[in-house]
Design a protein around this ligand. Structure first.
Ligand code: ADP
Ligand code: MG
Length: 719
């Protein structure tokens, strides 16, 4: 009888074949479960007027308040100029903020008139405020319109008469179904009780049809907890073995390879940050415990050199080292740098990717087994079972977020003793968050760029500035430089995206006829993609028109212009990554963000942060602050291998901490939930004691884990 949730959506009252097709193609809703978990992206409470003193908590819906404007003032300068209004409901005061049409608003509202302001309140700088509220004159005749969820819908759905009302009605039918009550709780009972969580059935109902703000907040918290609990359980299933007492290889000495390289080959001075991180790594390798370290460093901060010199520490102590990159292009580039550095000191480096020919592959396998090859660079081809090492001492994984937890586990299951692991990422994640999400990883940070870099000049431009942008591109091309033109990833609206990409390519070829243009997107065959990328890397193509496939790691120092089309569709951290592709040489480079003239004030404000700073940590912080919890597009931003639908890592740190603590206790109490080969770590001081579950609850959890994360363990998903 459990199959209520897995029932195909066409069987739901009010749906049928035609609407089921639309739900599947437009919203990826195929089953009752999918629809139940298709939550409103925001809620509107027009059922009554709120008092300012009632505002509380994180996830306030949009609400209405009745009162008077007391005063207005201007704050900020230039692009950050804003109008702040002080609004009183007769007892308390709050602020309203406008970022655009500032003058117009300041003259529009009159003192002494009773207004209704409507919007989502947020608590900021110790005060409640609403940004860009809807404002109308209070009308005693106007009836309240209730408390309801607003769902995202597509244009196609609306055109076919599948609007908000219809969606609300069919969702209502789910709750009316007599089998609704058979839905089973997904969280262990003891967890629900310990944390005072709202039970699942009730939470689902409140998410869609809240009784009041407090119930909605509790429901949201429960759904966030559930989501994060399973994310943590998934991570911990694989990483449990990685307690602090795991034995690791000892690399006691700094030897001739390291010193030979450092004193005779190293082509530049290490930055202070690189030296510090190398010392941290060196200290780890002397403890006899296995190193498990996350190395964060902005794009261009020189992580590869740190990786290479750490690898030399392994080689000096008679061990091998591996560097795994997420794409073939990246692996090839790493191989080129590493072999150049390694040759003068007699260290042998090899490259192994999906396209390595059979014969060469066999030679590499032999070389790794005999120990002739000291350092291997490759893609996920490295984790195949046929790849065996004589003595793998250090595994370096570049651009972490492309590999799932399970892949990492495979990398280090190659030895009886787990090798030291160094994970490198340019996606800045606040330290505490990284610790929680990545388990027992220690974190090192390179917070300093090599000297002599000219900061990239970043400009925000619009369609009306095309000519100016084209002129800049031509002048850079004439000076021998190369240019990237990037379009948003082909995804949500595939046809439209592909069309704008192809048009952009055509336009580029026509506008710059004397320069070769290459063309890359994620839906291409890998060989074709590599061929096109290679044209650019070798300098044969001078312009690359691409989607974000180039985001990770391409190093073409001769490229000096990065044009980002539809920049408003990218997250700030992603824009920052893209910008990092230029400014790698000594010359002045440019990043041009092409925005929509019509985009809103928030978007312009967001993009203007990019023109103001090049500090990746500041940018990611700003990104996290700006994105609201209900903002669906924000969820993919964190660079993790899984999608979060309700929770937001930037804002839900406290829930995350509790969810992790709970997951840890549950896994310790139910070893059958761990991945094969993993054993539970003993509780540390402050941990919850292990929680043993009923067999039934274990089965539910196992089911949830495999359902939720089936995709992330599929190796072929990795691009
Ligand atoms: P990322 O951290 O983004 O992976 P890379 O390792 O690719 O950065 O380094 C970017 C560029 O900076 C490379 O060309 C590298 O050789 C160079 N580089 C690294 N460290 C230094 C340094 N200390 N001084 C000067 N150039 C450096
Ligand atoms: Mg790199």
């Amino acid at each position: 009888m459990q199959n209520f949730l897995d029932t195909e959506i066409k069987f739901l009252k009010g749906v049928g074949e035609a609407r089921a097709k639309l739900l599947a193609s437009e919203l990826e809703v195929a089953t009752f479960r999918d629809l139940l978990y298709y939550f409103p992206f925001r809620h509107i409470d027009r059922s009554r007027f709120y008092r300012i003193e009632e505002l509380a908590g994180n996830d306030m819906p949009a609400i209405q308040i009745k009162g008077h404007f007391l005063s207005f003032r201007m704050e900020g300068e230039g692009a950050r100029k804003r109008l702040v209004g002080v609004f009183s409901d007769g007892r308390r005061m709050m602020e309203t903020v406008w970022f655009s049409k500032v003058k117009q608003f300041s003259e529009m509202f009159k003192p002494g008139i009773e207004y209704v302001i409507f919007g989502k309140p947020s608590f900021f700088n110790n005060a409640w405020s609403i940004a860009h509220p809807e404002v109308e004159v209070f009308d005693a005749e106007k009836p309240p319109t209730g408390f309801r969820g607003v769902y995202s819908l597509t244009e196609t759905m609306r055109k076919r008469g599948f609007g908000m009302r219809v969606l609300q009605t069919i969702i209502g039918n789910l709750f009316g179904n007599r089998l609704f009550s058979t839905i089973r709780e997904t969280l262990p009972r003891e967890i629900v009780e310990r944390y005072g969580l709202m039970p699942l059935q009730e939470a689902l109902r409140q998410m869609h049809f809240p009784d009041d703000v407090r119930s909605l907040q509790r429901a949201t918290e429960r759904m966030k907890f559930e989501e994060l609990f399973y994310v943590e359980a998934h991570i911990l299933r694989y990483s449990m073995e990685r307690g602090s007492k795991l034995p690791g290889y000892l690399f006691p000495k700094i030897g001739e390879k390291f010193n030979g390289f450092y004193f005779n080959v190293l082509p530049f001075q290490l930055t202070g940050a690189q030296k510090r991180v190398l010392k941290e790594i060196r200290a780890d390798m002397k403890t006899g415990r296995q190193m498990n370290r996350l190395l964060q460093g902005d794009v261009g901060s020189g992580k590869t050199m740190v990786a290479f010199m750490s690898m030399l520490m392994a080689v000096d102590n008679g061990f091998q080292a591996a560097l795994m990159a997420p794409t073939e292009i990246l692996a090839t580039q790493h191989y080129a740098s590493l072999s150049e550095w390694a040759a003068p000191i007699g260290v042998k480096v090899a490259l192994l990717t999906g396209s390595t020919r059979t014969r060469e592959r066999r030679e590499i396998h032999e070389g790794l087994l005999s120990g002739d090859i000291h350092i291997i660079v490759g893609t996920h081809a490295l984790i195949e079972d046929t790849v065996k090492f004589r003595s793998l001492g250090l595994a370096v994984i570049d651009e972490q977020h492309r590999f799932g937890v399970a892949q990492r586990a495979r990398m280090w299951s190659k030895n009886s003793v787990v090798p030291h692991v160094l994970v490198m990422t340019a996606t800045p994640i606040p330290r505490t968050l990284a610790m929680t999400v990545y388990g027992d990883l220690e974190v090192s940070v390179i917070d300093e760029l090599p000297p002599g870099r000219k900061p990239v000049t970043t400009l925000l431009r619009f369609d009306s500035n095309r000519m100016e942008v084209d002129r800049l591109i031509v002048s850079q091309l004439r000076e021998g430089r190369q240019v990237y033109i990037v379009y948003p990833l082909i995804s949500e609206n595939e046809k439209l995206d592909l069309k704008s990409l192809e048009e952009g390519y055509k336009r580029t070829c026509e506008t710059f006829p004397s320069f070769r243009v290459c063309f890359v997107h994620g839906r291409m065959k890998p060989e074709e993609k590599d061929y096109q990328m290679d044209l650019f890397v070798r300098g044969e193509a001078r312009i690359m028109v691409a989607t974000t496939v180039i985001e990770v790691g391409v190093n073409v120092p001769n490229a000096s212009v990065m044009v980002i089309e539809n920049a408003e569709r990218f997250g700030l951290s992603q824009l920052h990554q893209l910008r990092g592709r230029v400014g790698r040489g000594a010359d002045q480079s440019y990043c041009i963000l092409m925005g929509k003239v019509k985009s809103g004030a928030d978007t312009k404000k967001r993009l203007s942060i990019m023109t103001e700073t090049t500090d990746g940590f500041l940018i990611s912080e700003a990104d996290m602050k700006i994105r609201g919890p209900g903002d669906m597009e924000g969820t993919q931003q964190s660079g993790l291998a899984f999608n979060l639908r309700v929770a937001d890592l930037a804002r839900d740190g406290q829930i995350l901490t509790r969810a992790r603590e709970a997951a840890l206790a549950v896994l310790r109490g139910n070893v059958s939930l761990l991945a094969p080969g993993c054993t539970p770590t003993a509780p540390r001081q402050g941990d919850l004691p292990p929680i043993a579950l009923h067999a039934e609850e274990v089965a539910v959890m196992a089911g949830e884990l495999s359902r939720r994360f089936a995709k992330t363990i599929d190796w072929s998903q990795i691009s």
